[in-house]
Design a protein around this ligand. Structure first.
Ligand SMILES: Nc1ncnc2c1ncn2[C@@H]1O[C@H](COP(=O)(O)OP(=O)(O)O)[C@@H](O)[C@H]1O
Ligand SMILES: [Mg+2]
Length: 306
């Protein structure tokens, strides 16, 4: 099966001289939900803007369903719908005319039945005559999606679809994205929320400082990332980790007053085992503290590994 998007050796240096993308190569499979995960400033929007033909690459090329985004711009662009990071709307237009107008921009013949279908799918049908300025933030976002889908693209890009959105709306958005995928659309979303990538994606690509540092199936990545740390503040300092505890992944801090236990989030019964062992060895505990790896830790880890 051939990839629906193929990015090859893509580079982008802005006029300021800043290199935002460095030799990016990436393939998106037809029908998948792909999450591009990375901190602010990593280059997510730059990458999406190039694929969607809004910005120009400095080097490399991109194929969208086999069409080169520069040489076959029209064909490539027709395959793609984009929901940009910044919401832009014409406040005085109705939902219905806004979405129909977007379709017209792609040179597609009007198709009221299709527009009705997507408005219904996005729960916007009742609002079709409302003016954009009358809509809530969540509804406006839905209209942005309807606009992006108006010309029947096979590929939908969502740039930070839930940044600054409340929890309920975020769930709605996730549900909507899943339904779109069911209808056969390939979805690429960018996010800096690891929970979002975890919730939504089939595969995850991590981007940092303009480089893709990893692309993996979500399940494999989550196994790798789902690390927890239990910090044990000891009553008496230790000189070394007792050999009886060698089966546990432990580190001792320099003063010997803290033991740090790293474990996989799937094996929490190991915590009880460790505490029982400490009890047997009569190692007293002052305090316990448990933490999960944050996105930042994960990036630090990944970069170290790379
Ligand atoms: N027009 C521009 N000119 C110069 N630098 C830019 C421009 N747009 C973005 N950048 C820089 O490129 C980097 C990547 O930005 P962006 O792609 O928006 O990241 P992300 O979407 O991951 O937050 C950032 O350091 C940003 O400041
Ligand atoms: Mg961005």
């Amino acid at each position: 099966m051939h990839s629906i998007i193929k990015v090859q050796d893509l580079g982008k240096t802005y006029d300021s001289g800043f290199t935002a993308l460095n030799n990016i190569s990436l393939e998106i499979k037809r029908g998948e939900i792909f999450a591009l995960l990375g901190p602010n400033g990593a280059g997510k929007t730059t990458l999406i803007s190039i694929i969607c033909g809004i910005a120009r690459a400095t080097s490399g090329n991109v194929l969208a369903d086999g069409f080169d985004i520069v040489l076959n711009y029209r064909e490539a662009r027709e395959k793609i719908g984009l929901v940009p990071q910044e919401l832009t709307n014409d406040a005085f237009e109705s939902v219905w005319s806004t979405v129909n107008f977007s379709r017209g921009l792609f040179g597609k013949a009007p198709d009221k039945a299709y527009i009705e279908k997507i408005l219904r799918q996005l729960s916007l049908w009742d609002k079709r005559n409302a003016k954009m300025r009358e809509l809530s933030g969540g509804m406006k976002r839905r209209v942005m999606i309807a606009k992006a889908l108006s010309h029947e693209p096979d590929i939908l890009f969502l740039d930070e679809p839930t940044a600054g959105v409340d929890v309920e709306l975020r769930r709605d958005m996730w549900e909507m994205v899943r339904e779109l995928r069911e209808s056969g659309v390939t979805i690429i979303l960018t996010t800096h929320y690891i929970e979002e990538a975890e919730e939504m994606a089939d595969r995850i690509g991590v981007i940092r400082k303009g480089e893709i540092i990893l692309v993996e199936e979500k399940s494999a990545l989550m196994d790798k990332l789902g690390k927890k740390t239990l910090s044990i503040h000891l009553q008496c300092n230790l000189n070394a980790i007792p050999s009886e505890l060698s089966a546990f992944n432990l580190t001792l801090d320099q003063e010997g007053s803290y033991l740090h236990f790293s474990y996989d989030s799937t094996e929490s019964d190991r915590v009880a085992e460790l505490l029982a062992q400490l009890n047997t060895l009569e190692i007293g505990i002052k305090d316990l503290n448990s933490s999960e790896s944050s996105l930042e830790d994960i990036f630090v880890d990944l970069v170290k590994e790379a």
